[in-house]
Ligand binder design. Structure first.
Ligand SMILES: O=C(O)CCC(=O)C(=O)O
Ligand SMILES: [Fe+2]
Length: 284
């Protein structure tokens, strides 16, 4: 097994088959992932059960609240890029550009946000379709000291659709959940490092501030998310498994590939083991 850093964040693993990784090798993979925010294992050839089994080594899989995009035979898995044309052959932008509206972290709308998101590439277009990543640690570290101090103790309120109520991929009955609250300066439970935990597309307000103050701070924080020297851009190959740590990373899809080509991933959301499951049960 070879483990190779790809830049300030991002690490690549080659020479393994994730179906048969022993504890020691998995320990190395896990540590590299914690250290580098984003990890890619190349050249895998997996059945859906293999993918679930490997994903469960990182934590507990939680079904995505978007029921319409779950895999028909396996609700733990979300299908990215599938069924992107409607009955009239028109491109459905909410599917084609899913995750491409801006840098974000997955699951901030849940009381216990997702630890990780993992994608497995089944079909990759001939050009475009990269995924961009950036470090929340670097974002926090680079904040001016006065802003760091101001943020200490502040809490953000998040819902799936954010201020723009972008809920097209949710069933109507799942659209009105109460906001989840998270500290803006969030300590990573495993590394102990501070991160600027923030998602402009999902935040409603910063608790305890007047509306105009909250909006102004949200705008200011949006400008603080990306440190150019703490980014990684993933160019997909078929057979890649990529996992990112939502507790310390932002990501966004480029959303720029030729729409007539296929770009399909199996996607899972992973929570910390022992964390209560979100209010997204099938009974809702
Ligand atoms: O398709 C991608 O590159 C990433 C989409 C995304 O934001 C996600 O799966 O959470
Ligand atoms: Fe995402």
């Amino acid at each position: 097994m070879e483990v190779r850093r790809m830049g300030p964040i991002g690490v690549e693993v080659t020479g393994v088959d994730v179906r048969s990784i022993d504890e020691a090798a998995f320990g190395r993979i896990y540590r590299a992932w914690l250290d580098c925010n984003v990890l890619c294992v190349r050249d895998q050839s997996l059945a859906i059960g293999d993918y679930l089994a490997y994903s469960r080594r990182f934590g507990v899989i939680e079904k995505h609240p978007s029921k319409s995009t779950r895999h028909p035979d396996c609700p733990e898995v979300t299908l990215l890029g599938a069924n992107k044309f409607d009955a009239d052959g028109k491109l459905i932008m909410d599917i084609y550009r899913r995750g491409a509206e801006g840098f974000h972290t997955d699951g901030a709308y849940d009381e216990v946000p997702f630890k990780a998101t993992q994608l497995y590439a089944l079909a990759i277009p001939s050009r475009g379709g990269d995924t961009h990543f950036a470090s929340m640690y670097a974002a926090y570290d680079a904040l001016p000291p006065a802003l760091k101090q101001r943020l200490e103790g502040l809490v953000g309120a998040y819902v799936y659709g954010g201020r723009r109520k972008k809920t097209a991929l949710l069933n109507p009955e799942d659209r009105d959940r109460k906001p989840a609250l998270h500290p803006i300066v969030r300590v990573h439970p495993e590394t102990g490092r501070k991160a600027l935990y923030f998602d402009p597309g999902k935040i409603l307000r910063i608790e305890g501030l007047a509306a105009d103050e909250s909006d102004a701070l949200i705008e200011e924080l949006e400008g603080c998310m990306i440190q150019p020297d703490a980014q990684y851009r993933h160019q997909w190959r078929k057979g890649d498994i990529v996992i990112w740590d939502n507790r310390c990373s932002y990501h966004k899809a480029a959303g720029d590939y030729p729409p007539e080509e296929e770009r399909i991933h199996w996607r899972v959301s992973i929570k910390e083991a022992g964390a209560p499951q979100g209010a997204t049960a099938d009974t809702m």
